[in-house]
Design a protein around this ligand. Sequence first.
Ligand SMILES: NC(=O)c1ccc[n+]([C@@H]2O[C@H](COP(=O)([O-])OP(=O)(O)OC[C@H]3O[C@@H](n4cnc5c(N)ncnc54)[C@H](O)[C@@H]3O)[C@@H](O)[C@H]2O)c1
Length: 361
Amino acid sequence: MTSKLRAAVIGVGVGWNHLAGYQASDLSECVAICDANPQTLNERGEKHNIPQNARFTDYRELLASPNIDAVSVCVPNFLHEPIVMAALQAGKHVLCEKPLATTVAAAQRMIAAAKAANRLLMVCYNHRYRPDVYWLKQQARAGVFGHIYAAKAGWMREGWIPTHGAWFTQKDKAGGGVLIDLGVHALDLALWLMDYPQPVSVSGAAFAEFGQRAQKHHAGHPAPVHFDVEDMGMGFVRFADGSALALEASWAAHREPQQDDYYVRVFGREAGANVFTRKYSEHIVELYTLNDMQPRQAIAIKPDLSAFEGLRRGHHAVVHHFADCIVNGVTPESPAEHGLIGLQIVEGIYQSSQSGSEVKI
Ligand SMILES: NC(=O)c1ccc[n+]([C@@H]2O[C@H](COP(=O)([O-])OP(=O)(O)OC[C@H]3O[C@@H](n4cnc5c(N)ncnc54)[C@H](O)[C@@H]3O)[C@@H](O)[C@H]2O)c1
């Protein structure tokens, strides 16, 4: 291992954030990129000064390079498993975009392969590095909440069925709809604040009311040609430690026009908290607890998040942490097992929706 991680990015749609993150971190460099679309590949390559001979359209050629320590896998969901497997077999550490895979079984195979190859497999949960959520995690680590026994999380859009990359609305390519796309982010925030308790049962429902009628897709884009996933989903999860969580997510619903509600709420024995915004780039958080002087009165604390200004956020924070794990042996915050638990819950919601009853995990 050299002192800097030599990283590569496969898929430079959202993957360009990984590329920029590796370049911005003092622990890594981006030594190669790959994209099946030569135009996207070269545009990103030019913008980020990646030499021509370090740009690949075939990921297998990129993986054959011995000068790459790790890769970010940022391709459509159905390609996560084959490309992660190939990367692990080639001896690379892997940071995989969310969702880890399209099914629980695929995620389990990927985790087993990472163990067999003795390589790090991490899932990319960039929303943890929002200042509001990160501040809440600091409070949780300091024991401010006590035991968190309940949580609610959601990402509810009014009209935003994705149309770029037609794969998003196809079950065999995406693994599901809004729950596996946006739901896993909100779910992860709640689970992370709760210290990832083990889910034991899931009840839920998934709906497809707009996509198939060519309604409420991305403004200005043509409707998806192929739509066989849910555009709204709800779930209720019980955990082995007795705690519980409610989740909701929608790409499309009859609700406040153009609104994009994003929230995570936790209820602990000693305090509770709420992150709520109608624009997920805004950071709004409140913490609720008892007033020590007047024990019957609740108080709301609105933290000053300015301390987070200028710090790494989002994807830049994830790839820096990934590099830190490999270069300095730091413990991964989002191991692949967290991606597996998210998929167990989402898949549980799909099964419960079909059977009409609670599903054991
Ligand atoms: N963490 C986040 O905030 C976030 C945001 C958006 C997307 N994502 C995830 O990132 C992944 C990619 O999403 P996206 O929005 O960039 O999708 P996209 O369709 O916009 O881009 C995917 C890119 O992968 C390329 N690609 C497809 N097949 C390939 C192959 N075999 N080899 C190399 N490149 C290939 C495509 O040409 C395209 O440029 C998905 O898993 C998605 O869920 C995460």
